[in-house]
Design a protein around this ligand. Structure first.
Ligand SMILES: Nc1nc2c(c(=O)[nH]1)N[C@H]1C(S)=C(S)[C@@H](COP(=O)(O)OP(=O)(O)OC[C@H]3O[C@@H](n4cnc5c(=O)[nH]c(N)nc54)[C@H](O)[C@@H]3O)O[C@H]1N2
Ligand SMILES: Nc1nc2c(c(=O)[nH]1)N[C@H]1C(S)=C(S)[C@@H](COP(=O)(O)OP(=O)(O)OC[C@H]3O[C@@H](n4cnc5c(=O)[nH]c(N)nc54)[C@H](O)[C@@H]3O)O[C@H]1N2
Ligand SMILES: [Mo]
Length: 746
């Protein structure tokens, strides 16, 4: 077992031999009170991967002694993770052994009553299968059974939850994603796919602009590459309405008015034209519709106009544009935060256009970086299940565009019914023929992460049965009838990749499942057994599964070739990186668009109801005095982590951040209790005064505190963003186009 290339024991022993041990710095001294120095040989070491929905998807190693998980570390083999995990990651052992974990199946007598009682797995499955069969009998189909699942655990084997649903028949699926769909469609219109450079190659960039991304909190392992680029002389520009920790590290920080980045990027494009800085080779040889875009810029855009719209001084826009154009390679990182607006997709297209005009697409160290799914070519073994014979489906399509990942062959005429995940509450309320009667929730926390909490409560009241599979008693669980305890990542096998970097990591089972927890696959097996005992052939899911075997089945030739390994067993030594011919996306500049070129003008985009050109689309008008951001926090990941006692020292209570001038106008002092409210609800919490936020904005970070009544979704509506439907089945959510007022309490 090596640490930094040298075994720790060998290192200490070596020092002792030279007599240096007597003067060992405190750092290396054996921990006195606890006895023996750290001895890696005393542990079993397992390969793991953090399965949270995070850019970094850290390859980890876990240290186990006597069957107990003692601690984790970032994998040193991955040059991305590079030996460290984040604060949340280091806290994992506490998550596993938290006294707050759901330990066994439980039934709530009266939803929301808090009257929970322990039941056996058999009883849980008995009740659930009874209900499913009851729905089938009443409706003649299973469309009344809905699945909502998103990103609580992105382990590949967890797609078996979708498989479990298919194995029962045609059901109702909440499709789409609240996260990044507008940007995905935008990049698809421009380039025919979403594909980003290897994030590690950003060290080669000579100029870097971050549009609405906060890696210091949301992708901390990327930051070292930004620093290295800066050390090599690159300039870092951060554009964000919030002065974030990332912005604090920038050479240039711009605070545009929210959702006006489209104007900014177009103003920059116009300045390229004015100064003759357009990369003629790229626009002439590799693009489609450039002349029309140039005409649009000439007739509609000026740098002064961009300055007026965004609030960024014109001379600064000119300077950054000229510096970017003079530095090759230069790159832009488009964050997911930026596109959670009604004009999000349009903004991403304008930023792409700026990168394209400078010829930086296809260059190592260049590119318009957003995300990638190149590394996700698994078999999805557990997901692909055939519905039972004679299943009755939804007539028409398998989804708005009939192109969901889990749509089965032959189901084009009859299939699953799809509803919009970003309007979960509304869909439950509105869907008819048949109504959604039962909901299965896995890897998802709708009460914390979906929109309009009050409406969610109303919608859940309509449901006859809610089953939630989770680890902690969150608000969704509180609004369920049955909760099933699920394993943590250390208790089960799977395999993980990232939507950002190019590493592949195996997740080995390191410890036995805690309490009565089962993995999502084993739960599906148990359900299948119960269903078939009652009605033979009513569920096609295997009644037993060896999750390790299922994990191995996720590998295929494509994955092996892409990562340059011959067997999954290689991953037992540590994670591996894709064998990339180039670290650039689109290295040959052959795009997957209809024209095969970069499309400044996208007829497909126009066909789908938007502008063919990446023109300016204005943000929506405010409906209340303050714009509210509910962005992501450093010490939590959505509704995960902040609930754990070990995280309390870092973030023990929520605040709403308000600018000093606004606070004064509202008569609010630092630490005052305030009410943040709008037409759909309110949140009460403490105010913190900070000029990191603009004068007309408020910020409260999303997080779940089990001991507090705090939920940002009380004041976040289910307003849609522009794009996203083409690739993900539903438009995105304009999570950051929310308006509120604030008042001191008492
Ligand atoms: N207001 C506001 N809302 C937002 C956002 C925002 O910025 N502001 N961000 C949006 C974004 S970007 C995203 S990605 C979504 C995230 O939305 P979700 O994917 O719902 O978020 P999480 O809280 O990460 O995970 C959901 C649940 O999965 C559970 N879980 C963990 N592991 C497992 C497992 O192995 N099996 C099962 N069955 N469950 C498991 C967790 O305990 C947690 O309760 O939220 C969106 N909502
Ligand atoms: N610690 C931690 N890490 C995470 C997560 C987490 O919750 N916590 N979540 C994970 C997930 S699911 C995701 S999607 C990613 C999100 O990663 P990011 O996209 O980096 O994070 P966000 O906080 O959603 O938004 C980033 C920034 O966009 C800015 N922004 C919003 N609107 C605009 C705009 O109109 N213009 C500009 N220029 N900027 C704007 C916000 O102010 C915010 O600072 O992070 C992942 N990593
Ligand atoms: Mo996300």
């Amino acid at each position: 077992m090596k640490l930094n290339g040298l075994s720790r024991r060998g290192f200490l022993k070596g020092l002792a031999a030279t007599g240096a041990a007597a003067s060992l710095p405190a750092l290396f001294a054996p921990v006195p009170a606890r006895g023996a120095p750290f001895n890696p040989a005393a542990y079993q070491v397992f390969q793991n991967a953090c399965p949270r929905n995070c850019y970094d998807t850290c390859a980890m190693r876990s240290y186990v002694q006597d069957g107990i998980l003692k601690f984790v570390e970032g994998s040193p083999q991955s040059t991305f993770t590079k030996g460290s995990v984040c604060v949340k990651g280091y806290e994992y052992p506490r998550r596993v052994y938290s006294p707050d974990r759901i330990k066994y199946p439980m039934l709530q007598d009266g939803r929301g009553s808090g009257n929970w009682r322990r039941i056996s797995w058999d009883e849980a499955m008995d009740r659930i299968s009874d209900k499913i069969l009851d729905i089938k009998k009443r409706d003649g189909s299973l469309l009344g059974l809905g699945l909502t699942k998103y990103s609580g655990n992105f382990g590949i084997t967890n797609y078996s939850v979708e498989g479990m649903m298919s194995s029962l028949g045609y059901t109702t699926r909440f499709v789409g994603t609240p996260c990044w769909p507008a940007g995905i469609d935008a990049q698809n219109y421009d380039m025919g796919d979403m594909w980003c450079n290897d994030p590690e190659d950003i060290v080669k960039a000579r100029y870097i602009i971050l549009f609405g991304a906060n890696p210091a909190w949301c992708s901390m392992h990327s930051v070292k590459f930004l620093y290295e680029a800066q050390r090599r002389g690159a300039r870092l520009v951060v554009i964000d309405p919030l002065f974030t920790q990332t912005a604090a590290k920038a050479d240039v920080y711009w605070r545009p008015k929210p959702a006006t980045d489209g104007a900014l990027a177009l103003g920059m494009c116009r300045h390229l034209l004015d100064r003759d800085l357009v990369n003629e080779d790229f626009v002439r040889n590799y693009s489609h519709g450039y002349d029309e875009f140039e005409n649009y810029l000439k007739n509609n855009v000026t740098v002064e106009w961009a300055s007026e719209v965004t609030g960024i001084p014109a001379d600064q826009i000119r300077q950054v544009t000229e510096e970017f154009a003079a530095s090759t390679p230069a790159t832009v990182w488009i964050g997911y935060g930026l596109q959670r607006h009604t004009n999000g997709g349009a903004m991403v297209r304008s930023i792409d256009a700026f990168v394209a005009m400078t010829g930086n697409i296809g260059l190592e160290g260049g590119g318009a970086r957003y995300g990638q799914l190149q590394t996700w070519g698994f078999s999805y073994y557990g997901m692909v299940q055939k519905p039972p014979q004679g299943s009755v489906g939804f007539r028409g399509t398998g989804g708005p565009k009939g192109e969901f990942d889990f749509q089965l062959e032959g189901s084009s005429e009859y299939g699953d019914r799809s509803v919009n995940i970003n309007k979960t509450a509304q869909e439950i309320l509105d869907t008819k023929d048949p109504e959604i009667k039962m909901l299965w929730v896995a890897c998802k926390n709708p009460f914390a992460q979906d929109f309009d909490r009050n409406k969610m409560e109303k919608a859940f009241k309509k449901l006859e049965m809610v089953v939630t599979v989770d680890q902690f008693f969150n608000e969704t669980v509180q609004n369920s009838d049955i909760v099933l305890p699920v394993t943590t990542l250390f208790e089960e096998w799977t395999v993980n990749v990232s939507y950002w970097h190019y590493w592949l990591a195996l997740n080995e089972q390191a410890i036995k499942p805690m309490h009565e927890a089962k993995s999502d696959i084993e739960i599906a097996c148990a359900l299948s057994k119960a269903m078939n005992a009652k009605e033979k052939g009513s569920c096609t899911f295997p009644e037993e599964a060896d999750v390790k075997e299922w994990t191995i089945k996720e590998f295929n030739k494509g994955i092996y070739d892409y990562f340059g390994i011959e067997s999954w067993e290689k991953l037992r030594e540590g994670p591996v990186k894709a064998k990339l011919k180039s670290t650039a996306a689109w290295p040959d500049r052959k795009f997957k668009t209809p024209s095969g070129k970069y499309e400044f003008k996208s007829e497909l985009c126009e066909k789908n109801g938007f502008n063919a050109l990446p023109v300016y689309v204005a943000p929506i008008e405010p409906t209340a005095p303050f714009r509210l951001y509910t962005t992501h926090i450093q010490f939590g990941l959505h509704s995960q982590f902040v609930n754990l006692d070990w995280m309390r020292p870092f973030y023990s209570e929520p605040f709403v951040f308000i600018h000093p001038v606004a606070a004064k106008e509202k008569g609010i002092a630092d630490g005052d209790r305030v009410r943040v409210f709008n037409e759909i609800g309110e949140v009460e919490l403490k105010a913190k005064i900070s000029d990191n936020v603009a004068r007309d904005m408020l910020v409260m970070y999303e997080a779940w505190f089990p001991y507090l009544k705090y939920n940002v979704q009380n004041v976040v509506t289910d307003l849609r963003s522009d794009m996203g439907e083409m690739k993900t089945g539903a438009p995105g959510a304009a999570i950051l186009d929310q308006f509120v007022d604030i008042r001191k309490v008492g």
